[in-house]
Design a protein around this ligand. Sequence first.
Ligand code: SF4
Length: 240
Amino acid sequence: MSEETGKIGEITEPHHHEEEEENPYPTGLKNTEEIIEFNGQKVNTAIFTQGFVAGCDMKICFGECCKSGVYMDKNFPEVILAHKDMIKGVMSADQIKDESQWFDDEVVEDEDFPSGYAAGSNVYTDSKGVEKCVFNDENQYCSLQVAAVANGMHKWAIKPTYCIMYPVAVVNHILTYDDEHSQDLAYCGIDKEHNFTQTTFDGTREEIKYVLGEELYNSLDEHYKQNYSAKFTIKLPETK
Ligand code: SF4
């Protein structure tokens, strides 16, 4: 279990009030609904009901989900470092080009990552005084994604899984809506209902399919269609 650092992707303890019953599903979610297993993957059905914005829009949110850096599998920095020159090639002037400063020195135990350990990206302070992930550029874009696209790779080929999937995440082995991190976000956060246009599942279909595979995605989609998506469309008479 990692210490609380504010870095996204870390596992935190569930929030309980003392008088509340113990949550049998240790996801940390406040909006826990039901845990269902699909193809061996436990899924919190909150992903089907929690609202989300139309999409990430840096002009509105200024990449606020990237402020504290991110945890990734302890072996993933090697993947990033293998592409260091092309990443440096797209970084803005303020970003740190010395790759020895891109990651925390220490890894932390975290069983939701394949190796059982997580490495964190470092943060830096830009010339406007904003602290953010070392890979977040002056336009609030992720240099890992910008570099991949600029070099003909898949847009997520060298991006940490947590960053691809947010606002869904695997926490304590359960695919779930990440209510922990989203509480801090002023645009797409858990209680920003006035900004929501779709469910979290609809907003993360491509991401879930890419990270967890087509078979699991298809099972989730079937369950969603049967239980959550609109069954009827009311057609209003045409006005003359
Ligand atoms: S790696 Fe990229 S997407 Fe992830 S927190 Fe850093 S800048 Fe944001």
